[in-house]
Design a protein around this ligand. Structure first.
Ligand SMILES: Nc1ncnc2c1ncn2[C@@H]1O[C@H](COP(=O)(O)OP(=O)(O)OP(=O)(O)O)[C@@H](O)[C@H]1O
Ligand SMILES: [Mg+2]
Length: 250
């Protein structure tokens, strides 16, 4: 579904990603864990062009988003092709990023109307179905300011799903939430996983990584240290750096 090869990225000479390679398969739920500053968010942002990579390649469902030429320069696909590729990926951020001046249902219908040129009547049934799915049908006309953090994040998930992506990227979707609101968002994500959505999830929730993810990826100092089936990752982890990280988390 997504092939990332040798992704390198520096900010002002500071190498934040050092040749990170990763394959995400259709229907796979991959958890990305690792210490603060290890490059997890940057890696996610490189996959969907929120950051421009220095070198490497990203291929999404066989379509090349970016590749690196013989001179070592990263070259992105032409604008129209790039937009089509990026549309296959939905993203949910830690901070929700809802449009404050739009109601819940308008937040969900906005992108399909603007980007896909659909009418309100065309997008409404799907938007309502998504709201039901995240358990917020009674909040359709509420504004984001009147929602709890957990509700906002569930709207953000519904909004991303409204574009019918093939893969969902999550960057610490629960870390801005009070503990009692974390569960409702994780339940929504677990449900998506059960429907075989392909998901890449940066998370500090070890329970989610262990129980819902198929694969766990550990990053440290800009490198991918390990990528393993979730059970094996937690049960027979021999890597000292990972052990000490897990000992601190659990
Ligand atoms: N726009 C930027 N400009 C300069 N440096 C940046 C920028 N974004 C990230 N960095 C640096 O890149 C490194 C990796 O950051 P990143 O946000 O990817 O880490 P992370 O693993 O997501 O950490 P956390 O768990 O705290 O979210 C950090 O040293 C950070 O300071
Ligand atoms: Mg981060």
């Amino acid at each position: 579904m997504v092939q990332a090869r040798d992704i390198s990225k520096a900010f002002n000479g500071n190498e934040v990603l050092k040749k990170v390679s990763l394959d995400i398969h259709k229907g796979e739920v991959m958890a990305v864990i690792g210490p603060s500053g290890s490059g997890k968010s940057t890696f996610l942002r490189c996959l969907n062009h929120l950051e421009v990579i220095d070198a490497g390649s990203v291929v999404v469902e066989g379509q090349t988003l970016v590749s690196t030429n013989a001179q070592g320069q990263a070259q992105y696909a032409p604008e129209a092709q790039m937009r089509a590729i990026l549309r296959r990926m939905g993203m949910v951020f830690q901070g929700f990023n809802l449009f404050p001046h739009l109601s819940v249902i308008e937040n969900i219908t906005e992108a399909p109307m603007v980007v896909k040129g659909l009418t309100r009547d065309q997008v409404m049934p799907k938007a309502q179905e998504l709201l039901r799915k995240v358990g917020l049908q009674e909040k359709a006309d509420a504004y984001p300011a009147r929602l709890s953090g957990g509700q906002k994040q569930r709207v953000a998930i519904a909004r991303a799903l409204a574009m019918e992506p093939d893969i969902m990227l999550f960057d610490e979707p629960t870390s801005a939430l009070d503990p009692e609101l974390t569960g409702e968002v994780l339940r929504t994500m677990r449900q998506l996983a059960e429907e075989h959505m392909t998901m890449l999830v940066v998370t500090h929730e070890m329970g989610f990584a262990r129980e819902v993810a198929n694969t766990v990826v550990f990053m440290d100092q800009g490198s991918l240290i390990e990528a393993k089936p979730a059970r094996a990752f937690f049960e027979d982890c021999s890597h000292a750096r990972i052990r000490s990280f897990l000992d601190n988390m659990l």
